[in-house]
Design a protein around this ligand. Sequence first.
Ligand code: SOE
Length: 380
Amino acid sequence: MARKKLNIGLIGCGFMGRTHSNAYLKVNKFFDLEYQPVMRAMCDLNAEKLKTFAENWGWETTETDWRALLERKDIDAIDIVCPNNMHHDIAIAAAQAGKMVLCEKPLAMSVGEGKEMVDAVEKAGVANMVWFNYRRVPAIALAKQLIDEGRIGRVFHYRAKYLQDWTISTDLPQGGDALWRLDAKVAGSGVTGDLLAHSIDTATWLIGGIDKVSAMTETFIKERTHQVTGKVEAVKIDDACAFLARFKNGALATFESTRYARGRKNQNDFEINGEHGSIYFNLEDAHQLQYYDNRLDNHVHGWQTILVTDFEHPYMGNWWVPGCVIGYEHTFINALSDFLKGLETGEPVRPSLRDALDTQYVCDAVLESAKTGTWKTIAG
Ligand code: SOE
């Protein structure tokens, strides 16, 4: 089949640059789509790293200046995978140049930036998406299906955790390659923007919007050497954050995130308790969804573990045979397939930049609440 070519310019060759490159390579192998991404140009400031990266992944050309990339007529879509403080300028310039905009999470450094980005893509009328990839975990998409089918009924509670342990050492520097997530000037915030943004996106997708939050944050290690300046500098990000939330539908929630949970590498989990049942998911067992159905007869009540690998399960019809699991990298391929399907059907993919702005509002309110010690109603 002759597919429509979609020329991609990807900016940023870090960890996420790899997940996205892999998605561009694989998506048409597994999904039957009208569009075919072409890995036209790869961009990064570091020319040496860029060359190796582009050769390894098969990017046709390279640019070290993102503005030069945006000027190119042979690029249809810009994929922003560089540190958070660059999202705003690139997204706006890309939209103004008429390019589609795909952007890594969190959307921006602040709501103010995010609003300008949303205005730019909406004014330009370009297709856009933020890569909240966990929506594309088949088990999480199945949770969404079960909730939409009314299987757990009215939701009373939502409980989310996102735990890691990679920043506990006092010797770990901040800033520069790989460690920019610890530098507030580049990342905007710590676990709130990096990890809780995922939990908030998932929660609001599953059960609806958040009304108000009350939060606390902590920075356990107050100073770290900065890789770029070589000086010991104050750490301004939140190492840990916990917040209470009331959803607009009346559900009560707790969210917790830290990079100081020894032994927890990427534990992204949630439990939802509803009138007729409950659901539990843990990314460390990503192929499973736990489901409790209270409408069964009393003598067979109990949590069931659904192995989410059947053809009927979200996305799984495009992968292997039942019983064969998929992994982290597939969530990006699934997301890209949804983006391309959106171009084909004209039904815009979600989460759009506007959807991600809703999450940004919650993140900003969480940080403000922690600073002031007060409940904050979500603006927007
Ligand atoms: C941080 O360690 C990180 O890489 C996040 O930035 C990603 O969004 C998350 O999915 C995995 O952890």
